[in-house]
Structure formats: C-alpha cells, structure tokens
Design a protein around this ligand. Structure first.
Ligand code: AGP
Length: 603
C-alpha cells in the first residue's frame, strides 16, 4: 500500500532509491517517483507504471545529489498517472513529500489552500500535505511540520525534503509503518524493515505518532507535541537471497513451504508461546475471536474450526476485520482475540487489535513480521517464521499460520484438559512429518496440471468442500481469482443446491477438496449433483481409493495422509501451484496482480 524510501549520506541518492523501490514495489506498482536535492533545488522525476518505467526515465536524466526520497504507489485517490505519482512538490517548490496512507479531510484542506492561491496538479489526497507545509512555513521547518500534522486527519507515513535544509530528511509515522536504517555510509528511511537489509543491518522502528529528522550522521526523534523521544536500535535479520531478484516470487515462495513449515514448528517448539499465558486465564477462556482479512481470515476460519474440533465449551468466531471494527462484538476478561496477519500492518486488523485492547481484552497475534505494528502491540505472539513473503498472493505464510494455529489449538486443548499429553505427543509425530508431506504435494503430476490449465480457461471455477475443506476452498478460490482474474466461488458443498447450482452447466470446472473422511459420502453426493449438470470435476483428496470419489471425479489429485487437524496445511498446496501455473498460462503477472498491493495499510 505505497512504499517509501529515503537516503541521505555520502553516496549518490538516485541508484540507492531505485534499488529500494524495486524491493518495495510489492507495496504498490501503479506509478513511482523520486525527489533529489541537486545542490540548488529539489528535482523530481515520476512516472506512471512499474518501476522499470521510472528506471528508463532516470537513465535519460538522473538527478545528481546525495539526499532524496522515493515512492511507489498503490492508487487510492486519483487514477494511476504521471501527475498523480509521488513525490509532490509545494507551490513554491520548497517542500517535496511522499505519503503512504489516506488524508481523510483533504477536500476541506484543499479548499482552504485553493482559496489562498495554491495550484494543484493532481487528484490525490496527498498533494495537500506539500502545499500545507509551505503555507504554514515561517522559517522553522519543525514548527511547520507539527502544525501541518495537527491539521491532518487520517493515517500517514511521510517522507519530507525541504530545499532550505539540504541533507536532511524528515519523516513521520501515524498509523502506517516507517523505519529508519542506520548505515556506515548514510542513513535511510523505509516502509519496511525487510527491504532495509539491502543497505544495512541496524534500524530504528519509529514509534506511532513520531517525527524524525534524519541526516547522514544523526537521527533525532520527537513526538507530535515537539518533545524529544528516546529510541532503540534493533538488528535487522538477514535473508540469504535478499539482493537477488527472482523471476517469480510466488513460485519461489510456494516451493519454500516445506522449509517454512520446519521453521514455524521449530519456533513453536522452542518458544512455547502458551506457557507465557496465564494458566487460569486459558482455563477460564469463554470466547475466542479470530480476526483477519483475505488469506489471513481464511486461516482464522481454520483456527476457529480447530478450536471447535478439539475442545468444547468455548464460543468461537472468525470475523472479517473490516466488519468486526464496526460491529458490537462483546469483549471481556474471558475473551481472547487472535489477530492473523502476514504483514502485521493491515489497517483493519490493527484497528481491531487496538479496539479489543482498549476494551481490556487480550490479543494473540499470528504474524510473519515480528517488528510489525500488530506483533508489537499484541499481548502474545505466534511468530509465523515463514521468512519474507514478497509476492502479493500469500502462500507460504498461510501454510505456516495454519500450522501454528493447529499447534495453538492443540496446546490450548491440553491446557483445558480436553486432550491428553499422550495425544499431544502423537500430534507431534505427525507435525515432524508435515514438511516432507508438503514436498510430496509440490510434485504435481504434469498431466493433471495440463488438464487443469485446459479446463481452467473457463469463465468460472467453483471450489467445494465441507468442514475445514470449505475454508480451504475459500483460500484456493481467492488464490485463483487474485492472480489469474478468473471468476471463482467457494461453496460449502451442501449449500450449492440452495441457489448457486443454477450456475452449473456443461463443462463448468468444479474443484473439490475432500479430506474429511467421515464426510466423503456426503461430498460425493454433492459432486454427483454437479456432475449431473455437466461439470468437470477435479478432486484433491488423501482418499484416492474411495470408489465414489473415483467414479465422480474426472481427475484426482492425491494428498498425503495426516491427522485431520493438519490437512489444511497440505491440501491448499496443489491449488496454490495450479493458480500460479494457470495465471502464467494466461500471461498474467502472478507476483503483481492488477489493482492489488501486498500490504493494505489503508482502511
Ligand atoms: C493474499 O493472497 C492476499 N493478497 C490478501 O488477501 C492478504 O492476505 C490480506 O490483505 C491480509 O494481509 P495480511 O496477512 O498482511 O494482514
């Protein structure tokens, strides 16, 4: 949801900004731009389209200078275009600004600025910040920034250059992420800590509602009231392939699933997260909410299913974050809210977390970025440990979230006396086998893949399942939709006949997920109903010997056997692969699907 990078130091800023932007492109890729102080004034170059378009423009005329800011955009206000791209410059060219977030009262501010003679060049909400800064500037930049912030409503991470203070970058964080990197050859600002590893191994995670003044040698941080703040320097975890660019991150990340699962299980085994939670509180828990968006919500649905499956007596709900925040869900001392988020920065989920904590409820987060806002503000953390996920479509993080939620449900059930220690030991025997079984799932038969690619070229695909397989179906369907633009729906297999069956006609593709042994016959009956209307059926199942399933399916994709509580970790893998290969066959860019961004930091 927009990426910000900034550099001030001894080196040339432009190549550094460009390198940072390439790694931040997952946050938005509608347009990008840079602003560099060239010794006399602030020079801006910005372009609609991918970073490669900016790169071409810079190859013709690269601004020279050692201090600059850059931005890659995911459009909210105003379509993708050169003039709506960031940075924005103020009317007398004193300030350049990059922004991630939304300014809710921008129209009101814009009217005042227009009345004062400011000229606007874009349709964005962000441009008002640059003009407001200039209009409030009376010689003291900090004063102008604080006065500007007091007038803005909404969420924002900002990078600001002022022509009067060459070599300085001001940055601001309010409800959107921003980190400062400390290097030997200069300092950086950046939207995420993972991209900073390209340049340095030390960072400051800026507190919410803070302003920083960053120079080549120094960082100073103050609050919105102007008071100086202390800060901590943290180390940046390095990942071996950080500096490599991959042809497809999604494919790379799918193939990292087994290794990520090993890391997640081993993190859980040694961190023993439930031992950090008060035993009495766990025993007396009456209610659990699982909250998330998109793929993370699907993981929450699996979490809720697991808790229902393993222990009675707890009221469990999985709720869409953007709905939870505007509804009257009860939160009390007997409630635990589990926030699931790969990035840890999703605005809707973060707001729910804050609401719950303000009501006195406890939050456990399942996060893949341990320096993120959600991880930081939670009472307890399950560290997804999947390693950085770059492709917009979440894959390996989902498998690890589900694995951690199964471990959480298992330990909670032991803590409440719902299952025995011996049972837990048996589960662990299954868990150690899971990465190897995930490797099996990755070996998708070429003939089946070709069959699927051919059949997926249809206008609509249905995914069906019962019990937890229904939630897996939802995730499979989302994967296909978001990267291949094929319309798809997920249905509880028994629900189809209550209306949606009307859409099944000759050659419609139906993908069934059937891992619930006691429900196989029921699933077969539902499949017979779609078969009778001409559907082509592909079934993912560990029970490939089941006569009914064999007879009704046009193709079977075998899954390895495991305990039922772990199937969601495995059964999604062939569907993740199929979605990727179908998108590729259609010529879509699976890593950067249209209209989307990896980290959704606006409401
Ligand atoms: C996943 O493929 C999606 N792109 C999206 O649904 C994502 O899961 C959602 O935006 C939540 O993100 P989070 O896990 O970082 O909170």
């Amino acid at each position: 949801m927009c990426g910000i990078i900034g550099y001030t130091g001894a080196g040339e800023a432009c190549p550094i900004l460009l390198r940072g932007l390439r790694y931040l492109e997952y946050r938005g890729y509608d347009s990008s731009g840079i602003a560099v102080f060239n010794g006399t004034n602030i020079e801006i170059i910005k372009k609609e389209g991918r970073i490669s378009c900016l790169e071409r423009a810079l190859a013709e005329a690269e601004p020279k200078g050692t201090c600059g800011i850059g931005h890659t955009r995911w459009a909210t206000h105003g379509k993708p275009s050169d003039c709506n791209a960031h940075p924005f410059v103020s009317y007398n060219s004193k300030f350049a600004v990059v922004h991630n977030g939304i300014i809710e009262n921008y129209l009101e501010i814009k009217d005042c600025l227009l009345a004062g003679g400011a000229h606007f060049r874009s349709q964005t909400d962000s441009e008002v910040i640059a003009h407001l800064l200039e209009s409030l500037f009376g010689g003291d930049i900090r004063k102008a920034i604080l006065e500007t912030l007091s007038r803005l409503k909404g969420s924002y991470a900002l990078g600001i250059l002022c022509a009067d203070e060459p070599g300085k970058i001001y940055c601001v964080r309010k409800d959107n992420p921003l980190v400062i990197g400390l290097g030997d050859n200069g300092n950086y600002i950046c939207s995420d800590i993972v991209s900073l590893q390209l340049f340095t191994d030390r960072a400051i995670v800026l507190d919410n509602c803070s302003v920083a003044c960053v120079t080549a040698e120094n960082v100073e941080i103050f609050g919105f009231n102007g008071e100086k703040k202390e800060f901590q320097i943290v180390g940046i975890e390095r990942h071996g392939d950080a500096d490599k660019l991959f042809e497809s991150y999604m494919l790379k990340e799918i193939f990292e699933i087994p290794e990520s699962m090993r890391s997640a299980a081993s993190w859980y085994k040694y961190a023993r997260p439930l031992e950090r939670i008060d035993k009495e509180y766990l025993k007396n828990l009456r209610r659990i909410y699982f909250i998330g968006c998109g793929t993370a919500l699907h993981s929450g649905l699996i979490g809720a299913w697991l808790v229902r499956r393993l222990m009675p007596g707890i009221d469990v709900h999985a709720v869409v974050a953007s709905e939870f925040r505007y509804d009257n869900y009860e939160v009390d001392a007997g409630t635990l809210t589990v926030c699931v988020s790969q990035s840890g920065e999703t605005a809707d989920t973060l707001t729910c977390l804050r609401m719950v904590r303000a009501k006195g409820g406890k939050v456990l987060s399942v996060c893949n970025v341990k320096t993120s806002s959600i991880a930081h503000e939670s009472d307890y953390l399950l560290n997804t440990s999947a390693g950085p996920e770059v492709a917009v479509a979440s894959t390996k993080a989902y498998n690890c979230q589900n694995l951690l939620l199964a471990l959480f449900a298992m330990d909670l059930a032991v803590a409440r006396g719902a299952i025995s220690e011996d049972r837990r030991k048996i589960y662990w025997e299954d868990i150690v086998q899971l990465p190897r079984k995930a490797e099996e799932c990755l070996r998708l038969d070429k003939a089946i893949l070709d069959f699927c690619i051919d059949n997926f070229r249809r206008k609509c695909v249905f995914y069906l399942g019962r019990g937890q397989d229904y939630y897996t179906a939802m995730e499979c369907s989302l994967k296909l939709k978001e990267i291949s633009y094929i319309h798809s729906e997920a249905y509880a297999a028994g629900e189809l006949k209550h209306g949606t069956l009307a859409l099944i006609e000759e050659n419609v593709l139906v993908v069934a997920i059937a891992t619930q042994e006691e429900l196989i016959e029921k699933t077969v009956s539902s499949l017979e109903e779609v078969k009778a209307r001409g559907a082509v059926i592909v079934t993912l199942t560990p029970f490939t010997g089941e006569k009914g399933l064999r007879a009704v399916s046009d193709a079977l994709i075998p899954l390895p056997r495991t305990d039922e509580i772990f199937y969601s970790v495995l059964s999604v893998i062939p569907a993740q692969l199929m979605a990727y290969f179908i998108a590729r066959a259609k010529g879509c860019d699976a890593d950067k699907p249209r209209n989307l961004a990896k980290s959704v930091t606006v409401e």
